[in-house]
Design a protein around this ligand. Structure first.
Ligand code: GBH
Length: 519
C-alpha cells in the first residue's frame, strides 16, 4: 500500500510536508477551451474559430469549441466548483475578440466586457483571486490577415488590447499573464504549422514571432508601468511552456544545455538575464546554422540595444506550465532531426527521445516524469537567480468519462511532492500551483478525446453538467490541509492508482536518493 510514497518517506527527515503560508493553490482554464458562445453577443472571429470552421478535419472527431463547456453561460457554476475545491485563485483567459470584436479598441463590446467583469466579481465575492491570461491563442482574424505575430506592428496592437483590459479590470485583478505559452504560439502555429494559423514556415516565422511576442509582452508591461502603476498594484508576467530536457547519455549534456537555452531560454533569458536579449549560445548556433544554409545573417532576428532594455525586467515572476520531460541526443550521421516543436532540432541537430521510465496518461505526446518539474525549477534558479515562480499549469489527461480517476490524483500527488522538494530542499521561491484544468474542455487538436478536468463535463448533455472526480476530492483535501501528509492519502483517492503500479518505484526512489546526494 502507498508504495508511491516511498520517495517522500526517503526525504521526510529533511522536509516537512506542509506548504508554506504564502503558497497558493489554484486551477486554470482558457477561454476558447471552455466558453463556447463563439459568436454570442457581438463576439468577433478569431483564428481558432476560423481553423475549426474551415478545417474541421484537423480536429479529432471534427469537434468544435462552438459550445465547449458552455462557460459563457455557465460561469456561475464554474465559480461554484472553484469554491467547492477551495481554490485560492482561478486562472482564466480573456478572448480578445469578445471584448474587441475586430481586435482594435475602436469598439469595445459591452456584453463581452461585462461577461468577464461579472466573473471577476463573483470570484472575489467567494474570496478567490482572479488571475487573467490576456492571450491564450485566439488572435483576431483581422490581425492574422495582416501578418499576425509575424508583423512587428502587433506589438502596438497587443499593447492597445492590454490597455483596454487594464482599464476594465485592474481595479480588481492583481495578477496578469500576457501570453500563454509564447513558444507554443510560435512553434505550433508556425514551424510545425499544426495550430492556428496553420502556417508551416520553419525558417523565419517562428523566430520573428518569438521576437515580436516578447516585445508585445514587454509593451503590455510597460503600459501598465507608465499608465496604471501610479494608481494600482499588479504583478505581470507570462506563462511559458517549459518541457524539461535531459541528456540522453552523459555525452549529450552540452547538447541538452543548448536545447534548454533554445527551448526555454529564448523565452526567459530576455527578461531575467543580466544583459537581456537572446541567450548567447542560441545566437551562436543560429548564426552558424543560418550561414551553413547559405544566408548571410542569422535567421534569429537581432534585438537592438533599446529593445533589449525595453524587454529586460518586464516579468515580476515567471509562469511555468509543466507537463513533460524529454531526453535529447545528437542525431546520428544521416539521421534527419526533423522539426520538433520547441527545440528547433534542425539547428541543434538533436533528436528527442521519451524518458525510458516515463509513464503516460491518455496523451502519448506527454510522457510523465514528475522529477522534471523540480529539475526545471532548479535550472531556472541556477540561470536567473531567485525569481518567484508561479506554476500556471500542470495536469494529466484521461480518455473517457471516468469519475474514479485515481491516476490523476496520483499525478497531482507526485508533482506536488516535487514542488515541495523544490521549495524546501532547493529553496526555490514557488508561490503557487494551478491544476490544469478546473473542468474538462476542448483540448485543441484532440477535441474532446483528451480530458484534463478535475471536474468531468458531460458534453452530450445540453446542460454540460459538471461532476467532481476523485482527483477533485483529493485536490480539495490537499488545499484544505495544506500538506502532503497522510490526511488526504486514504484509499478513496490514491490507493487505487493503477499507474503507480506500472511505474518502477524502486528506480525512482533511487533517483531521488541520487538527486538528494548531489544537493
Ligand atoms: C497546454 O499546453 C495549454 O496551455 C493548454 O491550453 C492545454 O489544454 C494543455 O496544455 C494540455 O495539453 O503533439 O504536435 O499535437 C501544453 C503544451 C503543446 C502540449 C502542444 C501539446 C501538442 C503538439 N502543449 N502539444 S502535437
Amino acid at each position: 500500500m502507498f508504495r508511491h510514497r516511498s520517495s517522500l518517506v526517503q526525504v521526510s527527515w529533511c522536509v516537512d510536508l506542509k506548504f508554506p503560508p504564502k503558497f497558493k493553490f489554484g486551477a486554470a482554464t482558457a477561454s476558447y477551451q471552455i466558453e463556447g458562445g463563439w459568436n454570442a453577443d457581438g463576439k468577433g472571429e478569431h483564428i481558432w474559430d476560423r481553423l475549426i470552421h474551415t478545417h474541421p478535419e484537423k480536429i479529432q472527431e471534427n469537434a468544435t469549441a462552438d459550445v465547449a463547456a458552455d462557460s459563457y453561460h455557465k460561469w456561475r457554476e464554474d465559480v461554484k466548483i472553484a469554491k467547492e475545491l477551495g481554490l485560492q485563485f482561478y486562472r482564466f483567459s480573456i478572448s480578445w475578440t469578445r471584448i474587441l470584436p475586430d481586435g482594435f479598441p475602436k469598439n469595445i463590446n459591452k456584453a463581452g466586457a461585462k461577461y468577464y467583469s461579472d466573473l471577476i466579481n463573483a470570484l472575489l465575492a467567494e474570496g478567490i483571486e482572479p488571475i487573467i491570461t490576456m492571450y491564450h491563442w485566439e488572435l483576431p482574424v483581422k490581425i492574422q490577415d495582416m501578418g499576425g505575430w509575424a508583423n512587428p506592428l502587433i506589438v502596438d496592437w497587443f499593447g492597445d488590447y492590454a490597455r483596454v483590459l487594464y482599464s476594465l479590470y485592474v481595479d480588481r485583478v492583481k495578477t496578469w499573464l500576457t501570453v500563454n505559452e509564447a513558444n507554443v504560439v510560435c512553434d505550433c502555429g508556425y514551424n510545425a504549422g499544426i495550430y492556428a494559423p496553420l502556417i508551416k514556415e520553419t525558417e523565419f516565422a517562428p523566430y520573428i514571432c518569438n521576437k515580436n511576442i516578447l516585445l508585445a509582452h514587454a509593451k503590455a508591461y510597460r503600459i501598465f508601468e507608465h499608465e496604471f502603476r501610479h494608481r494600482y498594484y499588479a504583478r505581470i508576467s507570462l506563462a511559458n511552456n517549459l518541457m524539461w530536457i535531459e541528456p540522453y547519455s552523459p555525452e549529450d549534456s552540452e547538447l541538452a544545455e543548448l536545447a534548454r537555452n533554445h527551448a526555454v531560454g529564448r523565452y526567459a533569458y530576455p527578461f531575467f538575464s543580466k544583459n537581456g536579449g537572446w541567450p548567447p549560445s542560441t545566437e551562436k548556433v543560429m548564426l552558424k546554422y543560418s550561414r551553413k544554409q547559405g544566408y548571410n545573417e542569422s535567421r534569429l532576428p537581432a534585438f537592438t540595444e533599446e529593445e533589449k532594455i525595453f524587454v529586460k525586467g518586464t516579468a515580476d515572476f515567471l509562469g511555468v506550465n509543466y507537463y513533460t520531460t524529454n531526453m535529447i541526443r545528437s542525431a546520428k550521421p544521416g539521421e534527419d532531426p526533423g522539426i520538433w516543436f520547441l527545440t528547433g532540432a534542425p539547428e541543434l541537430n538533436g533528436i528527442l527521445e521519451q524518458p525510458p521510465n516515463a509513464y503516460y496518461g491518455h496523451s502519448k505526446i506527454l510522457p510523465i516524469y514528475p522529477e522534471g518539474i523540480r529539475k526545471q525549477m532548479a535550472w531556472l534558479k541556477e540561470q536567473y537567480g531567485d525569481i518567484d515562480i508561479l506554476i500556471t499549469e500542470n495536469g494529466y489527461s484521461t480518455s473517457n468519462y471516468q469519475l474514479e480517476d485515481y491516476d490523476r490524483a496520483d499525478f497531482y500527488y507526485k508533482h506536488l511532492e516535487q514542488v515541495l522538494l523544490s521549495i524546501k530542499v532547493d529553496n526555490v521561491s514557488v508561490i503557487g500551483f494551478a491544476a490544469w484544468s478546473l473542468l474538462d474542455n476542448f483540448e485543441w487538436l484532440a477535441g474532446y478525446t483528451s480530458k484534463f478536468g478535475l471536474y468531468e463535463v458531460d458534453f452530450e448533455d445540453p446542460d454540460r453538467k459538471r461532476t467532481p472526480r476523485a482527483s477533485a476530492h483529493f485536490y480539495a483535501c490537499v488545499i484544505k490541509n495544506r500538506s502532503l501528509n497522510d490526511t488526504c492519502l486514504n484509499k478513496k483517492f490514491i490507493a487505487g492508482s493503477l499507474h503507480y503500479k506500472r511505474t518502477n518505484s524502486a528506480d525512482s526512489a533511487q533517483n531521488y536518493r541520487k538527486s538528494l546526494m548531489r544537493l
